[in-house]
Design a protein around this ligand. Structure first.
Ligand code: ZN
Ligand code: ZN
Length: 220
């Protein structure tokens, strides 16, 4: 078939976005292509065939991966500046800010602290189950990175951290906990009992680690 000029442009844009490896650019290019397909009366299956050809590989995989990594537009990786202390972590009189536990940032309401783009920003036909699987894999990797640090924690080690180091660990642990909670309660992901148990256990470990970091901070 003749590809409408507008769709041809959108396919080129998608290919450039994929070459750039930027998740947001790929998501936007795909959303534009999808709109153009609808306008030109091109069916989804046909659109994906065209995209496969434009990318010289299965487009769905690339697009699912991009949406799995799309960021929430309202925050930085799940956190927004604390309104009570304006990011300082301490109040004007020097007391610790209770609203943010001295981190200077609080969980983003829009994405519930995950940093992931909320469902409204996803294309519904982009298999949510597969996208979540990708997020599940990412979270497991992230957890494997943080675990040795958590296991090595004894309270004393944490006491030697600089404020910035401690805050960055707190933000990391909080975001990971938010992501775990989001996956545990997600029906699209369809986790088995064993996986759920493992994630719940990790949430417990993160809670304990966050409490340790908080106590060290409060003791200063
Ligand atoms: Zn605060
Ligand atoms: Zn957010």
């Amino acid at each position: 078939m003749d590809i409408p000029k507008d769709m041809q442009d959108k396919l080129t844009r998608l290919r450039k976005a994929v070459d750039s490896r930027e998740a947001e650019a790929i998501c936007l290019a795909y959303l534009a292509l999808r709109k153009s397909a609808a306008t030109n009366g091109v069916q989804a299956r046909e659109m994906f065939e065209l995209a496969d050809r434009a990318l010289s590989r299965p487009a769905a995989n690339v697009i699912i991966c991009a949406f799995a990594h799309r960021h929430c537009p309202m925050c930085q990786d799940g956190m927004t500046e604390c309104e009570d202390c304006e990011g300082a972590g301490v109040l004007n009189d020097g007391r610790n800010c209770l609203a943010c536990d001295g981190i200077g940032m609080t969980s983003c309401d829009f994405c519930r602290g995950t940093g992931w783009a909320p469902p409204a920003m996803m294309a519904p036909e982009i298999a949510p189950g597969i996208r979540k699987k990708q997020q599940f894999v990412d979270v497991e990797k992230d957890l494997a990175d943080l675990k040795p640090i958590m296991l090595g924690s004894d309270g004393r080690k944490e006491g030697r951290l600089t404020t910035e180091q401690r805050r960055s660990l707190q933000r990391w642990a909080m975001r990971l906990r938010a992501r775990l909670n989001s996956l545990i309660h997600d029906e699209d992901l369809d986790l088995n009992t064993e996986e759920k148990k493992r994630l719940l256990q990790a949430v417990g470990e993160l809670d304990a680690y966050l409490a340790t970091l908080r106590n060290v901070h409060a003791g200063k």
